[in-house]
Write a protein that binds this ligand. Structure first.
Ligand code: PLP
Length: 426
């Protein structure tokens, strides 16, 4: 069966043929590749075509696909039973490991997805502060819970409009949306309604509007404002946790958030999320406190086994040095090739994640990301796909490198890009 045939068939029973919208290739056009298997840095579609994978399951596949040690851990766990609905030792070990690796996390609760982690962290922030309002930033994605699905507002204290049908205006009336990297706007918001603000939630390096790094002083300023006004600072490190560096962005910047959300890498490819932070705050969750939070499959033993083994592998000496060297080489190589082909292009990376932008300079805000040449990206994306390189199917997504991306694989990627940039330049 071809990708096209199964995509047609899928649309009969699955809305849009996919179980998560961006998989549908809507923004780049064409037919999504239905993946049959993956190994290391490669994925294969159902037609048997091989691709170098820079999607990395949207982040989790940091040690490479189907890593033998992770598979062995999963198999061993699975033979003992798939889910018990009662506590296990593995959960305790994973919690201890997370607390050991990320010092701001004194206690942690495991959930099953990033969406659950952020949704629960916000409920906890509201419960702990007794306040309702939250601040989020344009272009930052924190999962699909109602109060976080908010369109970018314009200007100070423009309260968000729902960006999805089915979200009542009242549900987002407490969500303040401000421009990323604009501390002045945050200061104004606090000056106006600071006593009502429960928390700021931020992707400390934004990875859902392509890749946008915080400018000097931005995260520090958020920390200071939260401390000054008694609001909580939540770092959503669902994407950046154990990906941007061994302690996430907080480890790189030495900023201590009150709460942190994690997912992706800590599940090693299985469904896991987590939220954690200051013990005094975390102890306000049920069964100790009044903030309710629960989950049938939370701390699932098979997922925990995959996550633990993944964290063990990436704790080995030199793991992040190699990962970030590979990622830097990738973006430098692509930038050189773009220059040779006279294509307007820039690129950036941190740890094992990267952004490519069809614009002159690396963007610092959602507005700037939107000024990229989306058409050029789409042409590049398809040309790369034809050449056997699978990028994220949208100009607004970051890319991911794994420990399995070798020099040889980079060389193949550059050979593909050399051809793809010719197509873009035409
Ligand atoms: N937060 C961030 C920063 C994310 O990148 C994502 C997903 O991409 C989420 C939250 C939601 O995670 P999930 O898709 O596991 O629900």
């Amino acid at each position: 069966m071809t990708n096209q045939e199964i995509f047609q068939r899928a649309q009969q029973t699955i809305p849009g043929g996919v179980n998560s919208p961006v998989r549908a290739f809507k923004s780049v056009g064409g037919t999504p590749r239905f993946i049959a298997k993956a190994n290391g840095a490669y994925i294969w579609d159902i037609e048997g075509k091989q691709y170098i994978d820079y999607l990395g399951s949207w982040g989790p596949a940091i040690v490479g696909h189907a890593h033998p040690e992770v598979l062995a851990a999963v198999q061993e766990a699975a033979t003992k039973g798939l889910s018990f609905g009662a506590p296990t030792e593995g959960e305790v070990i994973l919690a201890e490991k997370i607390c050991e690796l990320i010092p701001s996390i004194e206690q942690v609760r495991l959930v099953s997805s990033g969406t659950e982690a952020t949704m629960s962290a916000i409920r906890l922030a509201r419960g702990a502060t007794g306040r309702n309002k939250i601040i989020k930033f344009e272009g930052c994605y924190h999962g699909h819970s109602d109060s976080l699905l908010v369109k970018a507002g314009s200007g100070l204290l423009t309260f968000g409009n729902p960006s999805s049908a089915g979200v009542p205006q009242e549900f987002v009336s407490h969500t303040i949306v401000l421009p990323f990297n604009n501390l002045e706007e945050v200061k104004k918001a606090f000056a106006e309604v600071g006593q009502d603000i429960a928390c700021i939630i931020v992707e400390p390096v934004a990875g859902n509007m392509n890749l946008v790094k915080p400018q000097a002083g931005f995260l520090e300023g958020l920390r200071e404002l939260c401390t000054q006004y008694g609001a909580l600072l939540i770092f959503d490190e669902v994407m950046t946790g154990f990906r941007a560096g061994p302690k996430g962005v907080q480890g790189l910047t030495n900023i201590t958030p009150d709460l942190t959300t994690l997912a992706k890498v800590i599940g090693g490819g299985m469904p896991v999320g987590a939220f954690g932070g200051r013990q005094d705050i975390m102890q306000q969750i049920a069964p100790l406190g009044a903030v309710y939070q629960a989950g049938t499959l939370s701390g699932n033993p098979v997922s925990v086994a995959a996550g633990l083994k993944t964290l063990e592998i990436l704790s080995r000496p030199g793991f992040y040095d190699v990962l970030s060297k590979t990622t830097t080489e990738l973006v430098n190589g692509l930038s050189d090739l773009a220059r040779q082909h006279n294509v307007t292009f820039s690129a950036d990376s941190i740890g094992g994640m990267f952004g490519i932008y069809f614009r002159e300079n690396i963007p610092t805000s959602f507005a700037e990301v939107q000024q990229s040449n989306i058409q050029a990206f789409n042409v590049f994306f398809h040309a790369m796909l034809d050449e056997g390189v699978h990028l994220a199917p949208s100009a607004f997504e970051a890319g991911f490198v794994s420990a399995s991306h070798t020099e040889e694989i980079l060389a193949k990627t550059f050979a593909a890009a050399d051809k793809a940039f010719v197509t873009v330049a035409q």
